[in-house]
Design a protein around this ligand. Structure first.
Ligand SMILES: C[S@@+](CC[C@H](N)C(=O)[O-])C[C@H]1O[C@@H](n2cnc3c(N)ncnc32)[C@H](O)[C@@H]1O
Length: 378
């Protein structure tokens, strides 16, 4: 007995140290084997229980993750992250009511922390797509009753109970969403076959190579995010100077690391135009207008900040749901009709040079359709 206890006393910390190194290196399969070994010796070892649960989750073994998470929650009920992981694991196994309950518990136990609000919003969206809007309505009502002023909750509520007066996304929603998403943005968007930044750059190459006037281009990137557009454009126009505007500090941090922007400014697009104090040859915006419904004031401001005959290149998501000019979908994104965009460009005094329907990215196995548009100031 004494030998057994003694060997555990020395062996478990050693195994744990090794397992944790593998876990931190994201070698979850190897780490999970060592955590199992530890639990074989001490079934109540909390760190091993918790890290084994997360390892299973990361390996996509959701049934094992859920089983393990129930044990973890028994010991540490008040930690919202266990409920967040459990919510996602249950959803993956098709237990949608359980997923909603656990997502809600994570929000409540964290006193409404943003990461858990965002997770609940995404869970509600995915479950509504699978089971229909009616299935999630009671949960959304309960959520909105408790957090009517939370930007994520408000955005989600408005997108499920379509509200015509809601003409742009909540600034707090967008900022928090992208602050949380920023470190993984490039990788995730790569996996979703997101090509808009490359396509926008290609449009500029096609236009300016014909003109042969590419030196000293001044380009404004509205909603520059992690700097994907800047990366492609700078590779084609090494002498250009690119200004980037974004509301998310963490996205700007990613953009800064790419080293291709002349200036990066943290601002809401709608408030940035007066303070820049400079005119541009080109304004671009890739996958940003999906956070706005009405675009008239932005298009006018772009017109005013462009040099004579300046170029405006952007993407919008196609409204495939109804014939409204713009519509806020349950994914909390706005979609626009081609008719609306075309009319708005004309009314603002832009001449449309190019308009092409494209696949913006994948969502599951579906294509998200949109338009890439290049217009010129008249
Ligand atoms: C889907 S990302 C696209 C980023 C980048 N343009 C690209 O194509 O990779 C949308 C970006 O728009 C920014 N954004 C959305 N609404 C904004 C607003 N009102 N003001 C400033 N930035 C905004 C977000 O913070 C995010 O970085």
């Amino acid at each position: 007995m004494f030998d057994f206890l003694l060997s555990n006393r020395f062996l478990i910390p050693k195994l744990l140290q090794k397992a944790n190194l593998l876990y931190e290196a994201k070698k979850f399969a190897e780490a999970s084997k060592l955590y199992q070994k530890i639990l074989h010796k001490d079934a109540n070892h909390f760190a091993a229980l918790a890290n084994l649960a997360v390892s299973y989750f990361e390996l996509g073994e959701y049934a094992n993750a859920a089983e393990q998470l129930y044990l973890v929650i028994k010991k540490d009920y008040n930690n919202p992250w266990w409920h967040n992981y459990l919510s996602q694991s249950l959803q993956k196994q098709g237990n949608l009511s359980g997923a909603l309950d656990e997502g809600w518990l994570a929000v409540s136990l964290s006193n409404g922390a943003m990461e858990h609000q965002l997770n609940l919003a995404y869970t509600l969206y995915e479950i509504s797509a699978e089971r229909g809007v009616e299935f999630v309505i009671p949960q959304i009502k309960k959520w909105y009753e408790k957090y009517p002023n939370n930007a994520v909750c408000k955005q989600c509520y408005k997108s499920f109970f379509y509200d015509k007066s809601f003409i742009r996304s909540e600034a707090g929603y967008v900022e928090n969403l992208f602050d949380v998403f920023a470190p993984d943005f490039d990788t995730v968007l790569g996996e979703l076959e997101y090509h808009s930044p490359q396509l926008i750059s290609d449009c500029l190459v096609e236009y300016f190579n014909e003109k042969k006037e590419t030196s000293d281009l001044r380009i404004l990137d509205l909603g520059c995010g992690s700097g994907l557009c800047g990366k492609y454009i700078k590779a084609s126009f090494p002498d250009c100077k690119i200004w980037g505007i974004d509301i998310s500090a963490q996205m700007l941090r990613q953009a800064q690391q790419k080293g291709v922007y002349e200036h990066l400014i943290k601002s809401d697009i709608q408030d940035c135009f007066d303070s820049i104090g400079l005119n541009f040859n080109v304004v671009i915006s890739s996958d940003v207008f999906t956070y706005f419904g009405t675009l008239d004031s932005i298009f006018s401001a772009v017109y005013n900040i462009l040099d004579s005959q300046g170029i405006f290149v952007f993407t919008v998501t196609k409204n495939i749901i109804n014939d409204k000019d713009y519509f806020l979908t349950t994914s909390s994104r706005f979609i626009h009709s081609e008719k609306y965009i075309t009319k708005l460009l004309k009314d603002t005094n832009f001449f449309t040079i190019k308009k092409e329907e494209i696949c913006l990215r994948k969502e599951g196995d579906k294509d998200v359709l949109g338009y890439i548009i290049m217009a010129q100031k008249m």
